[in-house]
Design a protein around this ligand. Structure first.
Ligand SMILES: Cc1cc2nc3c(=O)[nH]c(=O)nc-3n(C[C@H](O)[C@H](O)[C@H](O)COP(=O)(O)O)c2cc1C
Length: 448
């Protein structure tokens, strides 16, 4: 139990009406959630009341209008706010909770992105985080002058260079670059200004950035790709890693693999916090929890379920019969989740219908159905087994699913000494227990 000095880290992973694919149809869901700022304000306050480390917004930039007859049945990625804009607003109605926005390295420019995150970090007084993704859907590229997404390996080469440029831009100014001395008439110290002058394979950026160094040095860096190149990128740069595992064995393997890889980049295992996603379906009794879950699962239209499965498998799954065994799909060159789903479907003998139901619940993440004590047991087991440093909590329906977690599961975790009873510090780095990068740090060696 030596690990109890360490507490669980918790993210509130938000989707507009909740994570379950059919969440918006739940009688208690906020159907217009994606475009309703009042809804997000309520959710942010609930999460902060629960002392969550951060709010986390995933993002896909667009969708394929050709699929409108299927997509009309879902709210997912259809009409929702851009994450940095939304988190800027939420920073003004919260004080402590971290604010994590997903932004892709495949379709952005490093300069714009560095500037936005630096601004968010100042606006929120050191609470921002960037979830670095490379994007896995083909359609997002269509908004950016491309017909085809980059190859998987190119996505990661680009991402590496992109992050190096962004971190270099955040270090355009040393921490004490702005004396703003009215008497002397000196606004900034020229010797504290640095120009990266980057010319690389994918980007050419002169710098400097016209925003002062972020309060956290660099916003917290989150990575969520779990393929080989994804792991290398995490080991090099990430403070936090999000994963999607359903079983403890692969979760433990991933945890120990990634922690041992940190040495290659001059970092310590504790520099990275690994947080698998978990969808908690809470009930006062197990029967009530099962009943809540069943009701949600029954709301999934098969077309929507198969469409999501196709997206996750990067393959058109509608050509296969619904109630036949899961087919053999070549997952080479596809994102890591495709292989995870295929392995799980084979291991559990799923049909297409069973596979989409499994995926639709939490998109490949773990689901725990039960009482608050059952949920706490499930989290404690993985934490103690070194399968996780914390969890990204994925409420099935919002705001209700988060509210019940805060009211019932958080006190149970606190009672077991697993979770904080007050925020430790004022920045997200303080609360997560990850170091503030020194000025000029390179390749993730934050503390040198
Ligand atoms: C918890 C979690 C959340 C993710 N959120 C997003 C997201 O919001 N947008 C996105 O484009 N990709 C998202 N991803 C995908 C990854 O960041 C990554 O780009 C993808 O997994 C492909 O890389 P891989 O093959 O290394 O896994 C997420 C992955 C995980 C595990």
């Amino acid at each position: 139990m030596a690990k109890r000095a360490e507490k669980l880290k918790l993210g509130a992973f938000l989707m507009p009406a909740g994570h379950h694919l059919a969440s918006w149809r739940d009688p208690e869901a906020q159907a217009d959630a994606g475009m309703n700022i009042g809804h997000y304000v309520d959710v942010a306050r609930i999460a902060e009341r629960g002392l969550f480390d951060m709010l986390f917004l995933g993002d896909r930039i667009g969708f394929v209008a050709e699929e409108r007859e299927i997509l009309k049945r879902t709210n997912r990625n259809i009409a929702h706010f851009e994450p940095i804009t939304l988190l800027s607003a939420l920073s003004q109605v919260t004080q402590n909770i971290g604010l994590a926005a997903t932004q892709t390295t495949s379709f952005m420019e490093p300069y714009n992105l560095a500037r936005k995150f630096s601004s968010l970090d100042h606006i929120s007084k050191g609470r921002s985080a960037w979830n670095i993704v490379t994007s896995h859907t083909q359609d997002e590229c269509l908004q950016f002058g491309m017909d085809q997404h980059f190859e998987h390996s190119v996505r990661y080469e680009r991402a590496k260079e992109f992050i190096e440029v962004v971190c270099g831009l955040w270090d355009s100014w040393e921490d004490d670059a702005f004396p703003m001395d009215k008497e002397e008439g000196t606004y900034f110290r020229p010797e504290k200004l640095h120009v990266i002058g980057h010319r690389g394979q994918y980007f050419s950026v002169k710098g400097p950035l016209n925003v002062a160094r972020p309060p956290q040095g660099w916003p917290v860096l989150i990575q969520a790709g779990t393929s080989g190149p994804g792991k290398e990128l995490s080991a090099r740069f990430a403070d936090v890693v999000f994963t999607a595992e359903q079983d403890i064995k692969p979760a433990k393997e991933f945890y120990s693999d990634l922690k041992s890889l940190t040495a290659k980049y001059g970092r310590a295992p504790s520099d990275i916090k690994i947080m698998p996603g978990v969808m908690p379906i809470v009930g006062r009794s197990r029967a009530e929890a099962e009943d809540n879950f069943g009701k949600l699962q029954d709301l999934i239209h098969p077309d929507v379920g198969v469409n999501l499965l196709s997206l996750m498998m990067e393959t058109d799954m509608s050509v296969f019969p619904l109630d036949e065994p899961f087919p053999n799909i070549d997952v080479t060159g596809k994102w890591s989740r495709a292989k995870m789903i295929q392995d799980l479907a084979r291991e559990r003998g799923y049909t297409i219908r069973e596979a989409y139901k499994n995926v639709a619940a939490a998109r490949g993440h773990r689901t725990i159905v039960g009482t608050p004590a059952d949920i706490a047991d499930g989290l404690e087991e993985w934490f103690d087994a070194e399968a996780a440093d914390g969890f990204n909590i994925m409420p099935p329906v919002l705001p209700g699913g988060l509210d019940v977690f805060v009211q019932t599961v958080i006190p149970e975790l606190q009672r077991r000494g697993l979770f904080r009873t007050a925020y430790e510090g004022s920045t997200l780095r303080d609360n997560l227990g990850v170091a503030r990068p020194r000025f000029g740090a390179k390749n993730g060696s934050h503390k040198n």
